[in-house]
Design a protein around this ligand. Structure first.
Ligand code: XIL
Length: 362
């Protein structure tokens, strides 16, 4: 569809969307075809157990998505109990859900500075060394989903926020700032020879120094022989991002020739200052992100993942109730953002005709 007709469809959606907040107007007139059928690569969404218990979430997710990432129940924050034992009940349920719905399973995350479970902090070193416990964790978790997981975020958010070097963490201080990363990749590889092993980070679009340090870290890991098989660009962007910046970021990451995972895309309105016109910018950014991903060589398009389904499912909305960063509204209706992304995929259905439909975009 031409940019012009997309604009008019999205514009019509925006106009109705605006009415809707004042009165209970009809649903937005945007209709999208099942996205998973239109995408020539896996389209992912993150999920929690509470989501897969919600029939509305299940219907919408199964219609549009072909890959699932557990949002937090496969992270240390849930798996590692205070006494150091592991629990996999919720991660197992999410993995079973993915199988039942013919979705690929993508797993996150093994090493993340933000998580330092009590079980590791109070490790009894006379019984188990820290390094052995680190290896045992990775071996157990990766080994459990071996054969199903298509990939793992092995190292998450390793680069300092200002791009000056790497972050400090429990893992870096105990096992070495480079060595703990290298070790995590090696142990993960031994536990699952097939899964693609990723390094994943965020704010690569907005902080040039951070993008640069991230690229240097990837080079260094590869030079050291670490089995880094893919690059994750989280893509937590906001609606103030100037056009072209996201595309250039993906192009820069793609220069390694490795598979790229757009791993956690959302487009915040609140972080952009929630001013009029942002919904249209949000739609354009979703379209740009999808267009930039489609422009990558096919063998580098690992997957394109949204960090939540409906606005009410978003971690950003939990942070600020006024945010609306995703493709579908709280009721599960496609927003202009969905129209933007669907249009880039050729999955935007025109509504109405010259011969009458109150939603026509003329
Ligand atoms: C967040 C989840 O959305 C939360 O539910 C969880 O409690 C913490 O993690 N960067 C990441 C993701 O790499 O794993 C984070 O997800 C969002 C920011």
């Amino acid at each position: 569809m031409s940019g012009l007709s997309r604009r008019s469809l999205i514009g019509a959606a925006l106009a109705l969307g605006a009415c809707e907040s004042r009165a209970q107007a009809p649903a937005a007139p945007v209709e999208i075809a099942p996205l998973r059928a239109a995408a020539p690569f896996p389209l992912g969404v993150c999920a929690q157990v509470s989501h897969i218990e919600d029939p509305d979430w299940v219907r919408l997710a199964a219609t549009h998505f072909s890959q699932l990432t557990p949002e937090w129940e496969m992270k240390m924050e849930y798996i590692v109990r205070p006494d150091g034992s592991f629990r996999f009940d919720r991660a197992d349920r999410l993995a079973a859900f993915a199988r039942a719905h013919r979705m690929r399973l993508y797993c996150t995350t093994l090493v993340w500075y933000a998580q330092r479970p009590e079980g590791f902090e109070k490790l009894d070193e006379s019984r188990t060394s820290f390094g052995r416990a680190f290896d045992a964790y990775i071996t157990a978790v990766v080994g459990r989903y071996r054969g199903q997981a298509v990939g793992w975020d092995v190292v998450n958010e390793a680069v300092a926020e200002d791009g000056e070097g790497w972050r400090e963490s429990l893992w870096a201080s105990r096992l070495g700032d480079f060595d703990h990363m290298r070790r995590a990749f090696d142990v993960a590889r031994a536990a699952d020879p097939e899964a693609v092993l990723f390094i994943n980070d965020y704010n690569l679009e907005t902080i040039p120094k951070k993008l640069d340090t991230f690229q240097r870290l990837i080079e260094r890991l590869l030079a050291a022989g670490a089995p880094v098989g893919g690059i994750g660009c989280q893509s937590h962007i906001d609606a103030s991002l100037p056009s072209g910046v996201y595309t250039r970021t993906l192009e820069a990451l793609a220069r390694f020739g490795l598979p790229i995972h757009v791993s956690e895309l959302d487009v915040s309105l609140v972080r952009a200052g929630r001013r009029p016109g942002l919904e249209a910018r949000q739609a354009d950014l979703y379209a740009e992100a999808m267009g930039a991903f489609l422009a990558l060589p096919a063998r580098q398009r690992f997957a394109f993942t949204l960090w939540g389904l409906r606005d009410k499912d978003s971690w950003l909305k939990r942070e600020n109730g006024r945010d609306a960063p995703l493709l579908f509204d709280d009721q599960g209706r496609a927003k202009p953002a969905a129209a933007g992304l669907a249009d880039a995929l050729g999955a935007l259905k025109p509504v109405g005709s010259l011969y009458g439909n109150e939603n026509r975009a003329l």
